[in-house]
Write a protein that binds this ligand. Structure first.
Ligand code: NAP
Length: 280
């Protein structure tokens, strides 16, 4: 359903993916899977050699000329590192007009910076996806800039809906989205790996331990999403009085798992505020 909406909203528009790196390629694959014609999208990277490789791998034209890509597209998806956003915007500035839409997934870079650098009243939507977009279970926070209308936000949202869930937030929350759900998969993989190690420690074969760990995280997250119940309530349902789970919970509390995770997100959020100023 979501992909029909995306294709309907997109109409005849063409997409340029400026920066076809890790997240760019993930989003691209999701959009193609959702039915976007490869003829309507092209990508760019910095290095010609990488462009050649990606053209073959992704079966879309990938080059190094941002300006040409921007000229031919209606939706410009900016997915270079925060430190490279300015140079890309300066390169494409002459090709940008208010009838195009800029969607930026760069951490740390405010919509106002993009608008100011481009110097035209161009609609800008800022989005913060995460790597599970690769398998359609991504999480993307979005907000719109000063010149973007509801229809621009809805088009961008429909694109990210094809690769997972989306939520619209005030721009002041975008660094927090970055620290929680964009960095979050890395934190969760460490938890997943640790639980699997624990399984090995108590005698399980590694592949079985990894399966138990991953499916347990998936199951717990799915229940939280589907019931909407408070996580504490869900935890209580597992924790039989004087049973084994409460002993495990005691260890977690002693090891300060909660405060460690909270501090990890706080640090990542603070770091997200700094990124765009590096190398400028
Ligand atoms: N990774 C994530 O989980 C994630 C999640 C949400 C948002 N983001 C945001 O997405 C952006 C990209 O992150 P990433 O992890 O995908 O980084 P990445 O893998 O390093 O990708 C960056 C890409 O940008 C290309 N590039 C650099 N300068 C360029 C230029 N002047 N013109 C065109 N392309 C250029 C690079 O080309 P070469 O390959 O030739 O060097 C590379 O393909 C960042 O702003 C990040 O904050 C990332």
């Amino acid at each position: 359903m979501a992909s029909t909406t995306m294709l309907q909203r997109l109409g005849e528009r063409r997409i340029a993916l400026l920066g076809t790196g890790k997240i760019g390629a993930i989003l691209l694959q999701g959009l193609l899977k959702a039915g976007l014609s490869p003829k309507r999208v092209r990508g760019t990277v910095r290095h010609a050699e990488r462009a050649r490789l990606l053209s073959e791998q992704l079966a879309i034209p990938v080059g190094t000329d941002n300006r040409a890509a921007a000229r031919e597209a209606d939706v410009l998806l900016v997915s270079v590192k925060p430190q490279n956003v300015r140079e890309v915007l300066e390169e494409i500035g002459a090709e940008v007009s208010p009838d195009k839409l800029i969607v930026s997934v760069a951490a740390s870079v405010p919509t106002a910076f993009i608008e100011k650098t481009l110097g035209t009243a161009v609609p800008v939507v800022r989005a913060m996806p995460n790597t599970p977009c690769l398998v359609g279970t991504g999480m993307t926070g979005l907000c719109k800039g000063a010149h973007a209308a509801a229809e621009h936000l809805e088009l961008a949202r429909a694109m990210f809906d094809t690769v997972g869930r989306t939520v619209v937030v005030d721009e002041k929350h975008m660094d927090a989205v970055t620290g929680l759900s964009a960095s979050g998969p890395a934190f969760v993989y460490i938890i997943l790996e640790s639980l699997a190690e624990a399984g090995v420690k108590v005698g399980l074969p590694r592949d079985v331990a990894t399966l138990l760990s991953a499916q347990t995280l998936l199951g717990a997250a799915t229940v939280a999403l589907e019931t909407g119940d408070h996580p504490a309530l869900l935890k209580d349902a597992v924790t039989t009085p004087a049973g084994c789970t409460i002993d495990g919970i005691l260890e977690l509390e002693e090891g300060k798992l909660r405060v460690t995770l909270i501090k990890a997100v706080v640090k990542a959020t603070a770091r997200a505020k700094e990124l765009m100023f590096e190398g400028q």
